[in-house]
Design a protein around this ligand. Structure first.
Ligand SMILES: Cc1cc2nc3c(=O)[nH]c(=O)nc-3n(C[C@H](O)[C@H](O)[C@H](O)COP(=O)(O)OP(=O)(O)OC[C@H]3O[C@@H](n4cnc5c(N)ncnc54)[C@H](O)[C@@H]3O)c2cc1C
Length: 444
């Protein structure tokens, strides 16, 4: 696509998450380093935290600051540019993406609004909670969309425990009611993590609070069983483990309203709630709904072909949660790929080949998803799930410590795709040492 004397191809990647950051890293290392393309990553935050860790941040198992990766540093190491700011619009005729001004905590401007020119534009801006119009969700429930949301939930959880301790010390009720709406992987993992972390909080000087009795955790799910996209076997094992963690699971309960003190369901049940988490579905960010005529579905996802090109503009690609990509391997007509880190990661790997083919003027490869299974974490010592693939001869059910170890290795693999083996090994060693100097859970 580039003639020998033409300017380097401008690749703009919007969103530095599970898909965008490994993609920018690999394109920077291959094309950016040799001056064959100018690779620019744009994100509305300055640091990256792998999204599947958000429930651990929310519960307090993980300190987001200690696990976040600075985009400017990764850009420096991997020969791409980083532009801090949220994309707000697109002009396809001028081949420009529009960026909002960046403001500091006091509302002072750090960077003015601007535009970035592209030859190839790649959207991977993830997803946000979809409240399906249920009244009160936006005002009274937290959706774990970003590290900021997870930290906000964590501060509220710690405050609720400290308040409950005060009440218990005066001989009053210490109950804290936490209602999680949605029994997908996020809801189930969050409930288990909260149970384990609140046990640990209590051991740091909360003498009156009895987490098992006082922190009352309920998961509400509209359909008849938990983990609807996964197998019956996984759902059954997870239900058993949640029972052992004294998490109450109520299926077939559709939430119709959330207010300041309670959650209301269609069956007429009203549950008292001190903290409410909405984990009942996702949609792509609203900004995609009006992107200069690009096709989107009802969940605002950009509709793409098997080559991950948007249906109405071959210079614009989308991947990860914000893309509606055909999934013929599912055997279901019209099915699109599920919003999972595994999909995002595989699509990013394909786009590295795609961009090379595009620059060489060769035909673009098509995306075929290889499902390696799913794992659901139930605290730091347990997980359930299945492993799939030709190498292991089909589909195997796994649970316990081995499954948890495999779950943890997914994060390590994501880190390796950005930092490389050597840096990840050094980071893991330093964390093992620091572990002895830190509390088991974040206490503030
Ligand atoms: C609590 C939780 C647990 C999960 N657990 C698992 C799991 O165990 N396994 C699994 O496969 N999946 C899991 N997922 C889903 C997984 O996190 C997503 O599928 C994956 O992160 C999608 O990758 P992505 O790159 O599309 O989006 P993301 O990783 O969300 O990245 C999107 C990026 O875009 C940026 N961005 C957004 N809007 C803009 C804008 N307008 N301008 C500039 N930048 C923008 C964001 O800041 C972010 O950096 C989990 C999700 C959650 C919330």
């Amino acid at each position: 696509m580039n003639s020998p004397n033409s300017a380097p191809h401008r690749i703009v990647i919007v969103g530095g998450g599970a898909a965008g950051l490994p993609l920018a890293t690999r394109l920077g290392d291959t094309l950016g380093r040799r001056g064959r393309a100018i690779v620019t990553l744009v994100d509305r935050f300055q640091t990256h935290l792998w999204k599947p860790l958000l429930h651990e941040v929310a519960a307090g198992r993980m300190d987001a600051d200690l696990h976040s990766i600075d985009y400017f540093l990764i850009a420096y190491w991997h020969h791409f540019r980083f532009r801090f700011g949220a994309v707000t619009g697109l002009d396809r005729t001028r081949r420009e993406v529009q960026l909002a001004a960046v403001l500091d905590d006091d509302g002072e401007e750090i960077l003015p609004a601007g535009v970035l020119r592209y030859d190839t534009l790649i959207f991977c801006i993830g997803s946000v909670g979809n409240d399906f119009g249920v009244p009160g969700v936006t005002q009274h429930a937290i959706s774990l969309d970003t590290a900021v949301d997870a930290e906000r939930f964590h501060r509220r959880l710690v405050a609720a425990c400290v308040r409950a301790e005060g009440r218990a010390s005066r001989g009053e009720s210490a109950a804290v009611d936490i209602v999680i709406i949605g029994a997908g992987a996020t809801g189930v993992e969050l409930a288990a993590e909260i149970r384990n972390c609140t046990r640990a909080f209590a051991s740091y000087g909360l003498d009156y609070l009895k987490p098992e009795r006082d922190i009352r955790l309920t998961i509400l799910e509209a359909v008849p069983r938990i983990l609807p996209p996964l197998s019956e076997e996984i759902a059954k094992a997870a239900t058993g483990l949640l029972g052992k963690l004294t998490v109450s699971v109520r299926t077939g309960e559709q939430v119709v309203k959330v207010d300041a003190e309670s959650v209301h369901t269609a069956s007429g049940t009203v549950l008292h709630a001190d903290l409410v988490v909405w984990a009942a579905g996702i949609e792509a960010p609203l900004v995609l709904a009006n992107l200069d005529g690009l096709e989107v579905n009802r969940a605002h996802q950009l509709v793409v072909t098997k080559t991950l090109q948007s249906t109405r503009d071959p210079d614009i690609f989308a991947l990860g949660d914000c893309a509606a990509c055909p999934w013929p391997e599912s055997g279901k007509e019209g099915a699109i790929l599920p919003p999972r880190a595994q999909v995002a990661h595989q699509q990013a790997s394909l786009l590295v080949k795609t961009i090379r083919a595009r620059l060489a003027g060769a035909p673009l490869p098509e995306f075929h998803f290889s499902d390696f299974g799913s794992l659901v974490s139930l605290g730091h010592l347990s997980a359930v799930g299945n492993l799939m693939g030709r190498l292991i001869g089909g589909n195997i059910f796994v649970q316990g410590l081995i499954a948890r170890w495999m779950y943890a290795s997914l994060y390590k693999m994501h880190q390796v795709s950005i930092l490389g083996w050597v840096r990840v090994a050094m980071d893991t060693l330093s964390r093992l040492v620091r572990h002895r100097l830190e509390p088991r859970v974040k206490l503030h």
